[in-house]
Structures are given as structure tokens and as C-alpha cells.
Design a protein around this ligand. Sequence first.
Ligand code: FES
Length: 211
Amino acid sequence: MTQASVKSSVVAPPGAAVDHQKRNWIVATCAVGGAGVAAVAVPFVSTFQPSERAKAAGAAVEVDISAIKPGEKLTVEWRGKPVWIFRRTPEQLDALTKAEDQLADPKSERKQSELTPVYARNINRSIKPEVMVAVGICTHLGCSPVDKFQPGAQPSVPDDWHGGFLCPCHGSTFDMAGRVYKNKPAPDNLEVPPHMYLSETRLLIGEDKKA
Ligand code: FES
């Protein structure tokens, strides 16, 4: 298990994380950070035995979510992927029921990508209604969607927008539970990674069973 706060925890109010998200996560990892990361990380990683190295690469990440206020989002890294943890407001939770007929898979029953864990196959796609955990990678071609939490008419979303995420690459839109809208390039909802609560304020990303 690793502590998420060491490397990449970013508490950001709506909008403030846009610069971080605008980049394509995959491209940023491979093209921008790749050389630097390799140069720094290899001496450290090479001290591990292969089994230890594999274990570290797939390790679960423990996250303190106590500082995330309603309407805010925290981004942590797990297995090289950005994982979003956001605390929905009562209004954002209410909005989840307002556009179900516009969603491609409102009950998370399809299997185009990772199977949604059973505890997230509900309208909120979460264990606790207010706390959403999702991999922030578009299921189309892997861009990182940006926050569009503000409801209402605005560029690139419909006039009756209820808040959610926009993938700027090809225009896929997702609601505040990471559910993809119909007739968009993305074939599936955002992935919900395995996760579990260790306490009221501590979340473990990457595992959902007690050892
Ligand atoms: S990568 Fe998201 S819409 Fe194409």
C-alpha cells in the first residue's frame, strides 16, 4: 500500500484543476514526463527484486479524503492512471436522476471496458452516495475529460446540462457519476476502480477486500 499524498494528490475546487486535466494523461505520461521519470525512477526501482517491483507498480493507494469539501475533487495516481475522488453536493446528486434517458448505460450494465464493481452498480455509481471514485480517462481514446460541474448552457455542452465532464478530444460527455451520454464517441462509462473504506475518512484505491 502506498500513501497517495506523497506524489500526486491535488485538492482542487471546480475549475482550478483544468490546466492539470487539459493535457492528455497518457500523452503527458509518455511524452512529457517519460524521460525524466525514467532517469529518476530507475535507480530506485532497480533496488527491488522483480516481485517487489511488480508489487509496487500495482500497489493499492491509501487516500485521506477528509479535506475534500462538497463540490471539490481530488486526483491521485493509481497504476499510472489518474483517479478522481469527488464529493458531490446534494444538488449534484439530485441531478443524477434528471437525464437518465439521455445516458447510454445509466445502470452500468455494459461491459465494453472494465466491469463496474458490484458496489458501484447503482444510480450514484459509488459506495457512499456523495463520494464518487472514477478513473479520469475517457473510454474512447484515453484523453482526460475536464470538469464541467457548472449546470446550464455553456460552450460544448447542451443547454440543459446538469453538470459533469467533457472530453475535449472528440466531445464525449459524462454526468456527475461518470456515465457517458448517448451518441458520443466514448463507448462506455468511466471506469470505477476497485476501492474500499478503511475508515470514515480513509479510502483505499486498488483493493476492495479485507486482507
Ligand atoms: S478520447 Fe474522449 S471523446 Fe475521444
